[in-house]
Design a protein around this ligand. Structure first.
Ligand code: CA
Ligand code: CA
Ligand code: CA
Length: 560
């Protein structure tokens, strides 16, 4: 007992001396702990807090702040709080915030680093404030606006928060040029908030989610480097390139052949009808396809895989058709709230909940067309017929798949529905060659090619290792360069091909007798490749090939 105590004391002493040693060798950079108030009269409370002001207007941090409650509470209007790179760090406990602006106006908050708060920067009933160049990471909410107007949130970096920027009942704000990445939930949430400008933000594995909000201007934002397509009151439009698609009050839009993955909601429809969502790849989102108050839309032939919460979510939406989709590995495959939606010929595979329905919806297309394939269906197939009581199997389970009493797939498929492989989208590239005339005997080593892509595509996205000429000759991996070879203001990607490979390909494919006799010929070279997201492009160019008259040698190469 005594021995144990003594050794305990010794250990404690050892620990203290080690700590002392640590402090002696490397003094810990001072972090002040507590909540700082910038009072209405301009004073800093408590006075030893690491904030300095000379004029009661500009408040500059002089050290890091750590707090168990709020970090800095601003009670004075018309001031600047400059973090000059210092950090405010909390405990993430509700309801504490890094910077608390309540009923404030004309405040600038800049150059702060902020982590581990329930909310990094809170604006409640606050207007005409500017939040810029802050680094806001690992909070529940990065920046939250509640009943706040005319604020500017720009050039902030928001990463790994639960939600990036959250607006509730807040209008006329500008959210611009922020980097918003890897929020667990939404990058920007617009709830009951209108007339905001959301411009020039870059989202990575994030996006925007809109709820009961309209008249917002959302432009020039990117999601994973691709355009965030946000349409309000549009009619008869086709979306041809996007990282996320949001349609508010739209009619007759087509969303086809897109890869809408790694964002928050791949496609969101609000009050939108007669829209076609066809042949898209929609993976790794919170929700793949989200419809609210939207009707008469068609969702078909999409691959909807590994969306964390829902593959397809319909709220208050009726008369939509969902068919021939693969819906796999989500928490819930299809959630329907509404009536008269038709769901058939889909493959529902290993979703934790395959389908949930509030309201009466149709889950099959009658007999013999059939219903859906359900990976957890445990029925057998010995009978056939509309009542599944006739001898002989028919590929349809003999017993229905029951979701609930109002929602029954009467004709569940025994095997996955074969969804015709979508025709891959091939975009048209413009291809130039230099030289345009190819003398088969000249000695140059390379043929240079310049590739332009149509508007909306970026030649920087071309995966050079996929570029081929006539399906046989790969482009050299270097040198490559982006320029404007033909001075038409459309950027082109320069790649090179080995001249010898092109010549032998030509010789393999042309009528060499004719070439020998006529001395030149025009042939078409076709260049193909893929962008980094898999989109294929193709372009052709005419090249004149020349066989110079060289007695003897020619005959030697081309025996007639
Ligand atoms: Ca997210
Ligand atoms: Ca059967
Ligand atoms: Ca050009």
């Amino acid at each position: 007992m005594l021995r144990k105590t003594v050794s305990g004391i010794m250990l404690t002493l050892l620990f203290i001396s080690m700590l002392t040693l640590a402090f002696n060798i490397q003094p810990v950079k001072s972090t002040w702990t507590g909540t700082v108030y910038i009072r209405a009269d301009g004073s800093i409370d408590p006075p030893d807090a690491p904030i300095h002001t000379a004029d009661d207007i500009t408040y500059t941090l002089t050290g890091n702040i750590s707090s168990f409650k709020d970090g800095i509470v601003v009670e004075r209007d018309n001031i600047i709080v400059d973090g000059v790179g210092y950090t405010i760090n909390g405990t993430r406990e509700f309801p504490y915030v890094g910077i608390n602006l309540n009923g404030r106006t004309n405040i600038v908050i800049e150059n702060l680093r902020m982590s581990n708060y329930w909310c990094g920067i809170w604006l409640g009933d606050s207007s005409n404030n500017t939040i810029s160049r802050n680094n806001i990471t690992n909070n529940s909410y990065g920046i939250s606006l509640d009943s706040s107007l005319n604020n500017t949130i720009s050039r902030n970096n928001l990463e790994k928060n639960w939600a990036g920027i959250h607006l509730y009942d807040s209008s006329n704000n500008t959210i611009s040029k922020n980097n918003i990445a890897e929020s667990d939930y939404f990058g920007v949430y617009l709830g009951w908030s209108s007339k905001n400008n959301i411009v020039g933000n870059a989202f990575i594995r994030d996006g925007i989610f809109v709820r009961v909000s309209s008249h917002n201007l959302v432009e020039n934002n990117t999601v994973n480097g691709k355009p965030l397509v946000y349409l309000e009151n549009a009619e008869g439009y086709s979306v041809d390139y996007a990282g996320q698609v949001i349609l508010i009050n739209c009619i007759n839009i087509s969303v086809e052949n897109l890869n809408l993955s790694n964002t928050d909601v791949g496609i969101q429809l609000w009050n939108t009808s007669n829209t076609r969502i066809d042949i898209n790849n929609i993976e790794n989102n919170l929700v793949g396809i989200h419809l609210y108050s939207s009707s008469k839309n068609t969702i078909s032939r999409n691959n909807i895989t590994a969306n964390n919460d829902y593959g397809i979510w319909l709220g208050d939406s009726s008369n939509n058709t969902i068919s021939r989709n693969n819906i796999e590995n989500s928490y819930c495959g299809i959630y329907l709230h509404g009536s008269s939606n038709r769901v058939y010929h889909n493959n529902l595979i290993t979703n934790t909940y395959q389908a949930e329905s509030i309201g009466q919806n149709t889950w099959d297309n009658g007999y013999p067309s059939g219903g859906n394939y359900w990976s957890d269906y445990d029925g057998i197939d010995l009978f056939s017929g509309p009542y599944q009581n006739e001898t002989g199997s028919d590929g349809i389970g003999d017993t229905p798949y029951v979701i609930d009493e109002n929602n029954v797939d009467h004709y569940p498929l025994m095997n996955p529905y074969t969804i015709a492989p979508p025709v891959p989208l091939v975009i048209n590239a413009t291809v130039d060659m230099n030289p345009k005339a190819l003398n088969l005997r000249s000695r140059g080593k390379w043929i240079t090619s310049y590739i332009e892509l149509p508007e909306g595509y970026n030649v920087a996205d071309i995966n050079v290792s996929t570029i081929m000429l006539n399906d046989t000759i790969p482009a050299e991996l270097r040198p490559v360069a982006i320029g404007d070879y033909d001075n038409d203001s459309v950027p082109d990607l320069m790649v090179k091909f080995a001249r010898s490979a092109i010549i032998s390909c030509i010789l393999d494919n042309v009528n060499s007798t004719k070439l020998y006799l006529e001395r030149f010929m025009t042939i078409t070279l076709t260049l193909t490749g893929k962008l980094n997201d898999g989109t294929q492009f193709q372009g052709s160019t005419a090249v004149k090939i020349i066989m110079p008259m060289m007695r003897g040698v020619g005959r030697h190469i081309f025996p007639i």
